[in-house]
Write a protein that binds this ligand. Structure first.
Ligand code: SF4
Length: 440
């Protein structure tokens, strides 16, 4: 039997796509092996979001070529779309697959042999129609991702994604529901919706909120989680639905990127700090237990010390449970790289550190609200060597318990008694729903 292995760099969407490609290869009769094990076909899904990310991709490709000189090596993903010439210069790649062909290339591979020159499947014109994914995702985790959307039309000035992934498009609803049912039947009780700008999902009259309601009808599915979603794309009625739903997780990650109006304007974002705050206040009032996260870019061109101080106070006051802090770095090919007012690296480092410390304090404060209370946890894995079982609540608290029971993929109520920087620690309170299903 032929073997195939897969590696993903970058974002959750890339991981989702690799899981789907692995599923497609398995359907073609391949044995999917761990990354690093000898394989006949090696697929690397690349990232191009920063120049450092691209360097990491080149290094991963070279390492794979060194370790497995006989393997048929496929390079796909964002870097394959915008870094074609750099990839052509790496000897040994057999296939370079741009965005347009990512969902289709598996059908072109049959009895692959090492080639002298790479086959290049690439187009600058990326189809903006609805799409289907190549296969049902193969995951080793207890949570599975579900790709619902791709591409973006927002063109934020710092972001390369609209150029690497193309214009926004939505996944065919029938294909999406088919995969969700298959994943649920395999034992995945929580699905995480992924895409680039998922709130823009729209397919044949079905909105993002409609699609979620259809997913909720799948009986075996117990949780549906929205990950990163643009603030201007969330319907208020969806937030109200979240408050009522027992399946849609009380969780949203809403990137703010900056809390300063002039910077937001230079970023080409579509809201003011006041509008963002008003929306967050509405969300927190509507879903009181919600776990809220955000992304913030530190040191964007034009960000002064005074602006940073104001940003710090603004974020401190909002009900976020955590932030992801990104230090701005120039990305060629973006409008932001050509702006004036670039901030020095030492200043960016100090500002980022201050916000990361604030995020840790926020995380602890959020978790501490639940001390002494029972929370429902879907357990995922046992950590090595501590033996601590960890899992997530609906509102994204990561909870740890010591237990001799096999907790993987089971729901348990846990009484919380301590909070660390990363975890809320507790003890099993009482047996609740227990899954008899085991994800592959
Ligand atoms: S919304 Fe902005 S940051 Fe997000 S993918 Fe689109 S252009 Fe990039």
């Amino acid at each position: 039997m032929s073997t195939a292995s897969f590696h993903s760099l970058g974002c959750r969407l890339n991981q989702t796509e690799v899981a789907s490609l692995a599923g497609a290869f398995q359907d073609k009769g391949y044995d999917v092996v761990e990354w690093g094990e000898p394989a006949d076909v090696v697929v690397i899904n690349t990232c191009s979001v920063t120049e450092r990310g691209e360097a990491a991709c080149r290094s991963a490709i070279r390492q794979a070529l060194r370790r497995q000189p006989e393997a048929f090596v496929v390079v796909t993903g964002c870097y394959a779309q915008v870094g074609l010439e750099a990839l052509r210069a790496i000897d040994g790649i057999d296939m370079i697959v741009g965005t347009e062909y990512k969902n289709k290339f598996t059908s072109f591979i049959d009895k692959p042999r090492k080639l002298k020159e790479p086959v290049v499947l690439h187009s600058n014109l990326i189809d903006d129609g609805d799409f289907e994914v190549p296969g049902t995702g193969l995951y080793h985790t207890t949570r599975a991702n579900l790709k619902v959307q791709d591409g973006c039309d927002f063109f934020c000035s710092f972001c390369i994604i609209p150029f690497t992934r193309g214009r926004e498009r939505s996944r065919d609803l029938t294909d999406l529901l088919r995969e969700a049912r298959e994943l649920a039947a395999r034992g995945y009780q929580e699905l995480v919706l992924t895409g680039v700008n998922i709130g823009r999902y729209h397919q044949a009259g079905t909105s993002f909120a409609d699609m979620i309601r259809k997913l909720e009808e799948i009986e075996e599915l117990k949780r549906i989680r929205i990950t990163s979603i643009e603030p201007t794309t969330i319907e208020r009625s969806l937030v109200e639905h979240m408050a009522r739903s027992d399946k849609l997780c009380d969780y949203l990650h809403i990137p703010i990127q900056s809390a300063q109006a002039p910077v937001l304007e230079r970023m080409n974002r579509r809201y003011t700090p006041e509008e963002f705050k008003e929306f967050i206040d509405f969300v927190a009032a509507t879903v009181p237990d919600i776990g809220l996260g955000t992304d913030i870019i530190v040191g964007f061109p034009g960000e002064t010390d005074a602006m940073f101080e104001e940003t710090y106070r603004y974020l401190e006051a909002l009900p976020f449970a955590y932030f992801h802090v990104f230090s701005y770095s120039k990305r060629y090919g973006t409008k932001a790289a050509r702006l004036d007012g670039h901030v020095g690296p030492d200043v960016i480092k100090a500002r980022s550190q201050a916000l990361r410390e604030l995020s840790v304090a926020k995380r602890r404060a959020f978790a501490s609200r639940y001390l002494g209370q029972d929370v429902e946890v879907l357990f995922e894995q046992q950590q090595d060597p501590s033996g601590l079982w960890t899992g997530l609540t609906s509102n994204y608290l990561r909870v740890g318990v010591v237990s001799s029971e096999p907790l993987r993929n089971t729901f348990r109520r846990v009484t919380l008694h301590e909070v660390t920087d990363e975890l809320a620690l507790g003890a099993i309170a009482a047996r609740t729903t227990e899954s008899s299903l085991t994800p592959a």
